[in-house]
Design a protein around this ligand. Structure first.
Ligand code: FES
Length: 149
């Protein structure tokens, strides 16, 4: 088990971006987001959902290669992640999208576990936690990544 952060931190900061390395040595970004789904919705979801108020999703829209968190946190409203490019909204707990350009898709997830004291662990055997924050690369200035509400 690889320690990531705490449920409290995810809720306080709104989202938590981190980088993992897969079995091919490639780095990929994921996000932890607050998930306040009801137990009923959770039991009917086929997706892996954390029990204790957080869910983990890939930091990339299913429509185009657009990050949800471009360095300023994920835009979330009413339990929905909002894609900054075309505005499709994804359920923060199920990862499902039923609107806009990404309609009919579900975000890829990874296995996380929340311990009794609220610590979030990465429990996906094929992934190695690299560090908090995004993949290290020279992005350069990106004038198109502003998120506005
Ligand atoms: S890139 Fe996300 S909806 Fe188009």
């Amino acid at each position: 088990m690889q320690e990531l952060t705490t449920v409290k931190t995810v809720h306080e900061e709104g989202s938590w971006l981190f980088t993992v390395r897969n079995q091919y040595g490639e780095q990929e970004e994921f996000i932890l987001v607050p998930c306040d789904d009801s137990a009923e919705q959770r039991s009917t979801s086929s997706r892996p959902v954390a029990d204790d108020g957080v869910a983990a999703w890939v930091n990339r829209c299913t429509h185009e290669a657009q990050r949800f968190d471009t360095g300023r946190g994920v835009a979330i409203r009413d339990g929905q992640l909002i894609c900054p490019r075309h505005g499709s909204m994804f359920n923060a707990c199920s990862g499902d999208c039923d609107n806009g350009d990404a309609a009919g898709t579900t975000l890829p997830s990874i296995d996380i576990t929340v311990s009794g004291d609220g610590t979030v662990y990465l429990t996906d055997d094929e992934l190695t936690f690299v560090h908090e924050g995004g993949v290290d690369e020279d992005d350069g200035p990106d004038s198109t990544s502003h998120i506005s509400f």
